[in-house]
Design a protein around this ligand. Structure first.
Ligand SMILES: *[C@@H]1O[C@H](CO)[C@@H](O)[C@H](O)[C@H]1NC(C)=O
Ligand SMILES: *[C@@H]1O[C@H](CO)[C@@H](O)[C@H](O)[C@H]1NC(C)=O
Ligand SMILES: *[C@@H]1O[C@H](CO)[C@@H](O)[C@H](O)[C@H]1NC(C)=O
Length: 436
């Protein structure tokens, strides 16, 4: 009798635990939301919660990066850390060619035997090392597209262990990088796999270091204050795959995980800029083309493209006196020389023409010019030299206050015009949680 009572007591406890876990897992978010803060070093920093117990982890956002890596050498304490064993499903998801490693120090996160490894890369200073592939709990906020809603956890989120020395050049407090690139273990791919939503994410970088922009992972809607719905405001252009990896360390035949688009010409104030269009195509060695990057603060152009753009731009404003250059820029003016408009300084518009003459990414003053000090405004493009890998690298300043939606499944990029034209900014997502 006593044993049957305790049995039924035990089974009802089990039942209760079971229903709690069902209740917890049956909440299926449609999308997730991460804040992304512009640091004065011009890095864009997001934060996830990781480990058991959960701690906040700050990561520099690398749009085309392959995966999340964090420093496991220092202060990595977690009861749920699991190294990925050689030949496991996790190792094959991480890489077709991942190595099988031994570690000749006492075991700890980042140092275990018979684990597969990858090459975490600090793409800000271009430094790579090798590191153990592992999984741990990651928790982020879900969203309804208006506010963050409740936090959701992914129990076995794959990442790579970096080292303390790999943090050099990253903003203070940052302990790794968050890769949003195009492969199976980037953040958006793992989020999509965990909650069965579309392999899609949207980035909105704030131009202000005081209030964060936002990254959505999953489906829209995308709502910003005051009551601005950007869900249907996109122009679409195809994303291209560069057949040759652009990562710090890669093996032969590996594709790039970065996001390339097809710029076909550049137009300044409706006048075409004469360019060597061969540079705009990705060749069989993976050179040329146009990619989008959050680790380059400003757009970097191959030298001949840079010179042609500068000539076209300065010709349009030839009556405005130039002032001394402020590195890394060459073309600078007194800020009072231009009228101020809702879209930034009233300067010639720079249009990137995409797949046809009707699909245009227009760059107005707020995105083309950089206020380097109280008095001086410079054309915010940088000469990359003649030996660049990628002809046009669209940098963070040029994508601020626009919402960019990367759809990995359909391989297309959706981009909005500058949000300044809609009387809002990327800092206007309402981060007040609505968790009920
Ligand atoms: C890995 O195996 C080697 C050889 O058996 C041993 O010396 C070493 O301590 C082990 N390392 C870890 C982290 O367990
Ligand atoms: C255009 O660029 C390609 C690729 O760098 C180069 O081989 C070619 O010589 C260039 N053409 C001209 C006219 O400069
Ligand atoms: C932001 O969202 C919260 C929670 O839904 C709401 O109470 C608040 O009014 C919103 N803020 C604005 C400015 O609308």
């Amino acid at each position: 009798m006593a044993s049957s009572t305790s049995f039924s007591f035990f089974s009802s406890i089990l039942f209760l635990l079971f229903s709690i876990s069902i209740a917890a897992t049956s909440f299926r978010p449609k999308s997730l939301v991460l804040p992304v803060t512009k640091h004065p070093s011009l890095q864009y920093i997001t934060e996830v919660h990781q480990r058991t117990p959960l701690v906040p982890v700050k990561l520099t956002v690398d749009l085309g990066g392959q995966f999340m890596w964090v420093d496991c050498d220092r202060d990595y304490v977690s009861s749920s850390y699991k190294p990925a064993r050689c030949r496991s499903a996790q190792c094959s998801l991480a890489s077709k060619s991942s190595s099988c490693g031994q570690c000749f120090s006492p075991p700890r996160p980042g140092c275990n035997n018979d684990t597969c490894g990858l090459f975490p890369s600090n793409t800000i200073i271009r430094l790579s090392t090798s590191g153990e592939v592992a999984s741990d709990v990651v928790s982020v906020s879900s969203t309804n597209g208006f506010n963050p809603t409740r936090a959701v956890s992914i129990p076995n989120f794959l990442f790579v262990c970096g080292s303390t020395f790999l943090l050099e050049g990253l903003a203070p407090g940052v302990t790794g990088m968050a890769g949003f690139g195009r492969n199976g273990i980037s953040l958006p791919s793992q989020f999509a796999a965990a909650f069965s939503f579309n392999r899609k994410f949207a980035v909105c970088l704030s131009g202000s270091t005081r209030s964060p922009g936002v990254i959505f992972s999953g489906n829209g809607p995308y709502h910003f204050l005051p009551n601005i719905d950007l869900t249907n405001s996109f122009t679409y252009t195809p994303l291209f795959i560069n057949p040759v990896s652009t990562a710090g360390v890669s093996s032969a035949g590996e594709k790039s995980t970065e996001y390339f688009i097809g710029v076909t010409s550049i137009v300044v104030n409706s006048k075409p800029v004469p360019l060597n269009t061969t540079l705009l195509k990705i060749d069989s060695n993976g050179n040329g083309g146009t990619k989008i990057s959050t680790v380059n603060p400003f757009t970097v152009l191959e030298s001949s493209i840079y010179k042609a753009l500068v000539k076209a731009f300065t010709t349009e404003v030839s009556k405005v006196p130039r002032v001394a250059a402020v590195a890394p820029f060459e073309v600078c003016y007194n800020s009072k020389s231009f009228p101020s408009t809702r879209l930034g300084a009233g300067v010639p518009t720079i249009d990137l023409v995409l797949q046809n003459k009707k699909v245009i990414w227009s760059i107005f003053g707020a995105n083309s010019m950089v206020q380097v000090n109280d008095d001086v405004l410079c054309l915010g493009f940088v000469d990359g030299g003649v030996d660049v890998r990628t002809a046009i690298v669209i940098g963070a300043h040029q994508i601020e206050d626009k919402l960019l939606e990367f759809d990995l499944a359909t391989s297309r990029l959706g981009f909005t015009p500058t949000l300044l034209g809609r009387m809002t900014t990327c800092a206007n997502f309402n981060f007040t949680s609505n968790a009920s």
